[in-house]
Structures are given as C-alpha cells and as structure tokens.
Design a protein around this ligand. Structure first.
Ligand SMILES: Cc1cc2nc3c(=O)[nH]c(=O)nc-3n(C[C@H](O)[C@H](O)[C@H](O)COP(=O)(O)OP(=O)(O)OC[C@H]3O[C@@H](n4cnc5c(N)ncnc54)[C@H](O)[C@@H]3O)c2cc1C
Length: 401
C-alpha cells in the first residue's frame, strides 16, 4: 500500500525535530506534526561526545557550536552534612583523550537551530496542528489533526512527550513513579571564570549542578524538596543570587541570577514497550527520569540512531510492518540500564540509611582512587559500550604499572 508520507513524526520538541531531520536526511518523506515550542524553556542541555557526533553528521552542530560551552572537567563534591561524606571526585576529558566530554547548549538555541533545519529540509512537510486521533494499523498509520485534516503514513514516530497520544493509541502502558523533588532551573553570570568545569554538589535533597555556558556564565539545576522550590522561586534576584553563591562556596565569585527562574517537578516513567507494529516512541514518550548526569536527550538521540538503522538502512524499501517491534528489542537494554542507574544514584542521595551512605561514599572513594575504573565510567558516560570495549587495554595498563 502506498502512503502520502513514509513517516509521520508526532511532536516537535527536540526529540521530534531531530528524528524528522534524521529520517529526511536518510531519504524518507516525512510529515512533522505538532505545535512549535513556545520559546519559554530556560533549561540547557548537555550533549555528550557521541550525541555531538550525530548532530555534526546531521549538519546541526556547526551553527550551534558558538552558542555552547565545552565540559572539560566534571567534579562531584559531597555537600551533605552526613556522618559519612564521600571524597571529591574529578573526571577530566583529557584522561580519555577527548577535548571535552560534551557541550552545554541553551535549549532556546537548540530549538531555534532545529526549526531552521526543519524548514530548510525539502523532504519534511511541517504541520503545526496537534494529532488528535492516531490509528496504527497493520498497513499504515492514519492521523486526525486538530485542524480536521487526515494524514497517512507508513510508520509513526511518537515524540509527543510524557503523555504521548501515539503511545496510548498503540495500547502501550507505562510504569510511572514520583520523587519528592523539584528541579529549580536558572542561568547566572559570575565574576570568576568557570574554566569549563561543571560542579555537581550532592546534597540531602538531590544534586545542585552548575554547568558552564559561554563567557563568565553558567546554568544551574538545583534539585530540592517542593516547598523549598516554592521558596527559592519566590525570592528576589538578589536574594537568590546570594543563596546560589553561598551554596557554591563562592567558587565562581559573585553570582547574578538572570530573571526567569523555572521549576520542573521530577518524576520517572518508562513505557512498557518502546515500539509496536508500525509505531515507535522516542524521547520522553518512551522514558523520563531526573536530570542527573545529563542523560535524557542523549538517550533520545540513541533512540533516533536506532531508528535510522531500522527505517533507513534498507534504502527506499517499504517500511516493514514489524519495525516498531524491532525498535523495542533494540532499545530495551540501554533504556533500562540508564533509567536504573539514574534512579539508584538519585535515591542514594535521598536516603538517610547509613549502609546506603556507606555504599555511596565507598563507590565515590573507589572512583577517586582507581584510575582504570574512573576511566571506564567516563567512557561509558560519553558513549555506552565504549568503556567496556576498552576494558581489556585499561586493565593491561593497570597490571603493567
Ligand atoms: C531540569 C532538566 C534538565 C535537563 N537537562 C538535560 C541535559 O543536560 N542533558 C540531557 O540530555 N537531557 C536533559 N534533560 C532532559 C531533556 O530536557 C528531555 O529529555 C527533553 O527535553 C525531552 O524532549 P522530547 O522532545 O522528548 O519531549 P518534549 O520536549 O516534552 O516534547 C514533546 C512535544 O510533543 C508535543 N505534543 C504533545 N502532544 C502532542 C500531540 N497530540 N500532537 C502533536 N504534538 C504533541 C508537545 O507540544 C511538545 O512540543 C533535562 C530535563 C530537565 C527537566
């Protein structure tokens, strides 16, 4: 059966726009459905080495590069008042032969670059209506748009966020869980240079993570209990600047927080399947977790790379009816392991249990002192599988010392 489009991408957030561009670059005729993001997102996204290689391959990195800052050192400081405190651990990208682990990109710059690239791509038809009804059949997909139009495609990529209509229409359930935490997000100027160092303070309420931006500026994700988030977001810019500076022990000098502080309540979600028949669910339509270790969109880019293998590698051949099932099998391990490790790290910060604190402190102590293991963790952080591949040579180096 022939369709007007090979692929309908539903949702025009970062995951949906990148998916549409990747599929079009692979020669597929794409319709990208969904309202344009409203430009209010003040977050920044740290994209790691492997994700940047993909952005570069899709021609998206060159324009963005000047609006981003490299992450060359990532340090973790135990900022808790607990009995057992972990040592400070610093990871340097040069230790694994990289100029930077990744780059920190303001979401506003990312979304601007993506929508320009979408508009310039001849194989993408852009429709800013919402998808009201989605029928996923054995021969194709039919989407009823909010404007009343019908769109037909051979395959649907659901990139329509946590409450994905695509996923629900495919009859796929989710497992959800909540955290007693809210991420307070802001950007700030400081009087001392950050030297491309990102510092994550681990606190009893969650991580407080400063990430470099170009110049003497940084972004901050401060994870706190919901009532504390309310208090922080109601402070004046001067009061909040003083609190940030105190929490950072003035390591970046005087802090001046920008207007527009935002609060993002945290929760976790994973779809019971990541694809089924003629549909796949990417980005937060498939998985969502707290912003620890910059994993969310990086994981979504690996979803999209897996779809490139399944939907493009066959050239212009018709899209197979079981492509969603193949995607599901291909993505299970990576998504499950990232979701579990972020959850474990977050819960270990929240837990007051002494054995949990001992394990966390001991884990960081091992990372601080054991070069090969630290190296492995760094490699896995930038590209899953990369560390394990180099494990034999890392061990040989250690034994040879
Ligand atoms: C505080 C914070 C910091 C973060 N920092 C990082 C980081 O440093 N690195 C990292 O990798 N990740 C990070 N993340 C995660 C990252 O921001 C998310 O993974 C990413 O924004 C999700 O993008 P998405 O496109 O999947 O979903 P969304 O951005 O939610 O986009 C979904 C889109 O679908 C549209 N939509 C919904 N329903 C319909 C419909 N029926 N029809 C059409 N369109 C529809 C919506 O309008 C929306 O535009 C962070 C997250 C948070 C909360």
């Amino acid at each position: 059966m022939s369709h007007e489009f090979d692929i309908a991408v539903i949702g025009a957030g970062p995951a949906g726009q990148i998916a549409a561009i990747a599929m079009a670059r692979g020669g597929r005729k794409v319709v990208l459905v969904g309202p344009a993001p409203d430009g209010s997102d003040r977050r920044t996204t740290a994209l790691m080495d492997q994700s940047l290689a993909m952005m570069e391959r899709l021609g998206l990195w060159q324009e963005l590069r000047g609006r981003t800052a490299p992450l060359q050192v990532m340090q973790i400081i135990d900022g808790t008042n607990r009995l057992l405190r972990a040592p400070t651990v610093a990871f340097r990208s040069a230790e694994i032969g990289l100029e930077a682990f990744g780059y920190n990109i303001p979401n506003s710059a990312l979304l601007e670059t993506l929508s320009k690239a979408v508009a310039a791509e001849p194989l993408i038809t852009r429709n800013t209506s919402a998808a009201d009804t989605i029928h996923i059949g054995t021969d194709g997909v039919t989407i009823g748009l909010s404007g009343g139009e019908l769109v037909e495609a051979a395959f649907a990529i659901g990139a329509d966020g946590r409450r994905s209509n695509t996923r629900e229409s495919a009859g796929v359930g989710v497992k959800t869980w909540s955290y007693p935490q809210t991420a307070v997000v802001m950007n700030f100027a400081h009087t001392l240079p950050h030297q491309n160092i990102s510092t994550e303070f681990h606190t009893e309420s969650g991580p407080f993570t400063q990430v470099p931006l170009p110049g003497q500026r940084s972004s901050l994700v401060w994870v706190v209990a919901p009532p504390e988030a309310e208090r922080l977001t109601s402070l004046s810019a001067e009061q909040l600047s003083a609190e940030v500076e105190t929490r950072m022990q003035s390591m970046l000098g005087k802090v001046s927080v920008d207007d527009g502080v935002q609060a993002w309540p945290l929760s976790g979600m994973t779809a019971k399947r990541y694809g089924k028949g003629r549909a796949a669910f990417v980005g937060e339509a498939g998985h969502a977790f707290p912003p620890i270790g910059a994993q969310g969109l990086n994981l979504s880019l690996r979803d999209i790379a897996a779809l490139e293998d399944i939907l493009i590698d066959g050239g212009s051949a018709p899209i197979a009816a079981d492509s969603g099932d193949r995607f599901d099998r291909k993505r299970r391990l990576d998504i499950a392991s990232r979701t579990a490790s972020v959850d474990l790290l977050n819960r270990s910060l929240l837990s007051d249990l002494l054995p949990v604190q001992m394990l966390r402190a001991a884990g960081l102590q091992v990372l601080a002192s054991l070069g090969p293991l630290r190296n492995l963790v760094m490699q896995e952080g930038v590209a899953p599988g990369r560390g394990l591949k180099s494990l034999p040579s890392l061990l040989r180096k250690k034994v040879g010392r």
